[in-house]
Design a binder for this molecule. Structure first.
Ligand code: SF4
Length: 401
């Protein structure tokens, strides 16, 4: 079975045009993903390839255009590469033996702010070594420094994997949990899943599937119902469940049904913890009490889906916030991996549940928001706050963190 994109370690190859990025990517995957030639700037867009890099597991390789690209189109390509940088857990910075200049130094500063693992590779060693001073600079600014050449046989793949394993982000060594630190073996949880217009036909959404699977792996007991028969489900159980987890949209109704001594939270809050920094999101939501007319709010949706009539990010959340704040606010939406570079324009950023993206990508967005002092929160937390049940919904996760 194929791993989801959101579970893959994202490894991006960056560097100047003709440094040999595509050659390295091809060396790793052993097939022609990007066209490789000696003409500068052959890779014009971000090419990506999903593969199994054993023993590391599923990875996504991103081959980007040169960071020194020129002209109007070149500028656009650089912008695309910089946006791709935000998705990368690991940045492979490819150089040849040319002297390191301003472009490389500025790029290194950007990667350092990106909180990624940096592996610098000096490629084309058959043409000569990089000068001593530049090598020291690169080594100082990288987690690992490797050398290789496109035409001579070497141990590059082995050394590359070794460097990855040594420096891998913590979440790839100890993946986070959804609920199993809150509920133990043989304990009962109830998942409340409303089937409304937004529910996909004939299936349930990924956070719900993942949560059920985790409970099965954990030997816990899961009862699934909707908000209309939750009361009936609670009465049929001989003992109260340990926790009720609900889709954010039904939070208000469900919180009036679930007795106060039973823990209650939402899938969005559990995933906010799994896919981001729950404390930053909680703090960010405080901004909702301090918004002014005409403030701009950025809504980030990690996948591009066709918005339905009462879409959560486009309709429900803006309506809820307008009602809660009683302010005239402007909402702007970005989908997929698109992240505006000028977030200073916004008073608040609201991230979706991020079920289709990696924790690394969300964490980098949080990091940038913090650097620029823009509060960031997420869907589930906004809904809980606007419906007055945030403190209750946060209790199960705060007791753990
Ligand atoms: S918008 Fe976000 S939470 Fe909704 S399905 Fe896409 S990735 Fe998941």
């Amino acid at each position: 079975m194929k791993a989801l994109k959101s579970n893959r370690l994202h490894i991006g190859f960056f560097g100047k045009r003709n440094a040999g990025k595509s050659t390295l990517v091809n060396k790793i995957i052993g097939q022609e993903l990007s066209i490789v030639s000696d003409t500068k700037g052959t890779t014009t867009d971000v090419n990506q390839k999903a593969m199994e890099l054993l023993p590391i597991g599923p990875v996504m390789l991103l081959d980007t255009a040169g960071i020194d690209d020129i002209g109007e189109l070149g500028k656009l390509r650089i912008e695309k590469s910089m946006k791709a940088l935000l998705r990368c857990d690991v940045v492979v910075f490819v150089v040849d033996n040319s002297p390191i200049g301003k472009i490389e130094k500025e790029f290194i500063e950007k990667i350092k702010n990106n909180n990624s693992i940096i592996i610098t590779v000096q490629n084309k060693t058959d043409l000569g070594e990089i000068n001593k001073e530049d090598k020291e600079f690169l080594e100082k600014n990288s987690h690992a420094y490797l050398k290789t050449s496109g035409i001579t046989k070497d141990n590059f793949i082995f050394e590359f994997k070794k460097a990855l394993i040594k420096n891998l982000p913590e979440e790839y060594i100890n993946p986070g949990v959804i609920l199993k630190d809150i509920i133990k073996e043989n304990e009962v949880c109830i998942f409340v899943i409303p089937i409304d217009k937004e529910a996909p036909k004939g299936r349930i959404i990924l956070p719900q599937v993942n949560s059920i699977r985790e409970m099965l792996d954990n030997n816990s007991i899961t009862l699934v119902c909707n908000e209309n028969n939750l009361d009936c489900a609670l009465h049929k159980l001989k003992a109260p469940p340990k926790i009720v987890v609900v889709d954010s949209q039904a939070f208000k109704k469900v919180s009036s049904i679930v007795p106060d001594d039973i823990m209650l939270t939402s899938f969005s809050i559990l995933f906010a913890r799994l896919k981001g920094d729950i404390k930053s999101f909680y703090e960010g939501a405080k901004k909702l009490d301090n918004l002014n007319d005409n403030d701009k709010i950025l809504v980030l949706e990690s996948c591009s889906h066709h918005p339905v009539e009462d879409d959560i990010g486009r309709v429900k959340i803006p309506d809820l916030i307008r009602k809660y704040t009683n302010k005239n606010l402007i909402f702007e939406h970005f989908s997929g991996h698109d992240f505006p570079l000028d977030i200073e324009r916004y008073s608040l950023i609201i991230h979706c549940g991020a079920c289709m993206t990696t924790r690394g990508e969300v964490m980098r967005r949080i990091l940038i928001s913090k650097e620029k002092n823009i509060p960031i929160t997420n869907y589930g937390i906004v809904i809980a706050k606007c419906t007055g049940i945030l403190e209750r919904a946060m209790k199960p996760v705060f007791n753990k963190d």
